[in-house]
Design a protein around this ligand. Structure first.
Ligand code: NAD
Length: 513
């Protein structure tokens, strides 16, 4: 039996955390304040891990002003140099990877390997950003006028606001912050109030490097509740870009607040991801891919597999084998070896899980595996990963329930598979398991998956940082991390230079003065 209290004490000591932690960083840590402090509980056993203080209006202002001041200096630093600073952050995170990963596990209930994976993702994005520092490019375009040059540059925006979700409590911050800082921005972070301890631990490591390197304070942290500090940030005219990760409901609200003031938003919202399993699939790969996608992180990934559409030709066999696989999965304390499914984040999540199953059954679904709370831990929020045999018209299958519930559909023909696949409001991740080149190419064409992410013979979950990450439809349309996502953190300036001796006008217009 793994002793949570012992792990906590050891990890806290090595990371400099305490029972009462300041939750605001602006180059210095603000003193801890009792007022409205967040009590952090572990979903593993319900025990209290400590408290984190929240930002007041005054401390929000102070943090914002420090970032504004830092921007003036930081945006003048050459890109390759900025990239090298981010490398140092990744190096420091590597040194503390194990400890930080443990904090993630303690606070949000990820298994040991997934907690470590979360920090690895930050490290990877940091090294990616280091290279990006030398790759911030613009285009030169053929001018229609003689003696003219037409080109574009990508300039830093200013202060970027990041509001993050609980389920990737630190990786999402780095996706945004390391890229934004490399292109010359400074960043204000409002983490989820369900993951404030992780933000303090991460910013502790980051702040130490900034101080040691003598760079301006490019990263600020303001803990607090969404409805208070989150709203303040979303409405703030001084923040030209808000990158929001969270539910569709909150994202819709944020989007309207940001667009009201003509700000920009990167929206990374909920998914309802489907895997298609063709009769031409490699069955072992499909079973593993679907099982991992549906059960990892207890179904609390934006990319979790929530629906699987299986060809009628292999349906019975696949169903039987998937149900068997579910029976073998070890549920419990995520820090224990061999455990694959840890707890949900809180009691509300457990109630949502139960409500969704009840609704699914009322709408005609049949529970094939799981379906109830799990007895692991005394006070933790453990549930059984669940498979529900579903029909196409069941409304509940169109919603994202943030829990390990998988709806199983039977299809006849690729057209029906695509109807099931695309027949939901969200459009984040997707997968097809097949060895048939034709099916695969149709899935990847404009007639195929309507999502931002498509996978062939691998899970809907577990994206790499090198690609652009994000989704379509109700998922919000944002893109983060790799490829050319960095452009979203810049403003494009289109430049025309006349080096000739005349003033020719575009479109053949004349204006003889
Ligand atoms: P959530 O929407 O409840 O909260 C997200 C963030 O918004 C938190 O920091 C919260 O404090 C803040 N917030 C809440 N109300 C606010 C308000 N009125 N104004 C400003 N900020 C406010 O989401 P969650 O439960 O933390 O995370 C789970 C959701 O996030 C799921 O829907 C999941 O699919 C989604 N998600 C999406 C991605 C992606 O990249 N597409 C990644 C991770 C999570």
């Amino acid at each position: 039996m793994v002793e949570i209290e012992k792990i906590k004490r050891d990890t806290f000591e090595k990371l400099g955390l305490s029972e009462n932690n300041p939750g605001v960083y602006n180059g210095k840590w603000e003193n801890f304040s009792e007022k409205d402090a967040i009590t952090v509980k572990s979903p593993i056993d319900g025990s209290t891990l400590g408290r984190v203080s929240v930002a007041s209006k005054e401390s929000y202002e102070k943090t914002l002003n420090s970032l504004k001041k830092a921007f003036a200096e930081w945006s003048d630093v050459p890109g390759p140099k900025r990239g090298m600073l981010i490398k140092k952050l990744s190096d420091a995170l590597s040194e503390k990877k194990e400890l930080l990963g443990r904090i993630v596990s303690l606070e949000v209930g990820k298994t040991n390997v997934e907690g470590q994976g979360e920090i690895q993702e930050m490290i990877d994005v940091g090294y990616y950003a280091t290279g990006l520092g030398r790759q911030i490019y613009g285009n030169t375009i053929a001018s229609e006028r003689p003696g003219h040059v037409l080109y574009e540059k990508f300039l830093p925006l200013g202060i970027v606001g990041v509001i993050s979700a609980f389920n990737f409590p630190s990786a999402v911050w780095s996706w945004n912050s390391f890229i934004a800082a490399t292109v010359g921005d400074t960043v204000l972070w409002k983490p989820s109030s369900k993951a404030s301890l992780t933000s303090v631990a991460v910013m502790g490591v980051i702040g130490d490097v900034l101080e040691k390197e003598g760079v301006p304070n490019i990263f600020g942290l303001v803990n607090g509740r969404g409805g208070v500090i989150g709203e303040l940030l979303a409405k703030d005219q001084r923040i030209p870009l808000v990158s929001f990760t969270g539910s569709v409901k909150t994202g819709r609200h944020i989007s309207s607040m940001v667009s009201e003031r003509f700000g920009r938003a990167i929206l990374e919202l909920g998914g309802n991801n489907c895997a298609i399993v063709s009769e031409k699939a490699d069955m072992n790969i499909a079973l593993k891919g679907v099982g991992f996608g549906a059960m990892a992180t207890a179904g609390q990934r934006c990319t979790s597999t929530r629906r699987v559409a299986v060809s009628e030709k292999i349906y019975e066999d696949f169903r039987k084998r998937l149900v068997e696989a579910y029976k073998k999965v070890k549920i419990g304390n995520p820090l224990e070896n061999g455990v694959l499914v840890g707890p949900l984040i809180d009691s509300e999540a457990v109630l949502n899980y139960e409500k969704a199953i009840e609704t699914a059954v009322k709408q005609g679904g049949k529970v094939l595996a799981g379906g109830k709370r799990h007895s692991a831990g005394n006070n933790g929020y453990y549930v059984e990963p669940t498979i529900i045999e579903a029909k196409k018209d069941m409304e509940i299958t169109k919603e994202e329930t943030f829990a390990p519930i998988l709806y199983l559909f039977r299809y006849s023909g690729l057209q029906e598979a695509m109807e099931i696949h695309n027949g939901v409001p969200q459009g984040l991740s997707s997968a097809m398991f097949t060895t048939d080149l034709r099916e695969e190419e149709i899935f990847l064409s404009s007639k195929g998956s309507d999502c931002g992410i498509a996978n062939i013979n691998t899970s809907t979950a577990g994206a790499e940082i090198g690609g652009a990450f994000g989704g379509e439809k109700d998922t919000g349309g944002g893109r983060e991390s790799g490829s050319d996502s960095w452009k979203a953190y810049t403003r494009r300036i289109t430049i025309t230079k006349n080096y000739g001796n005349e003033l020719p006008l575009s479109q053949g217009v004349t204006f003889d003065l």
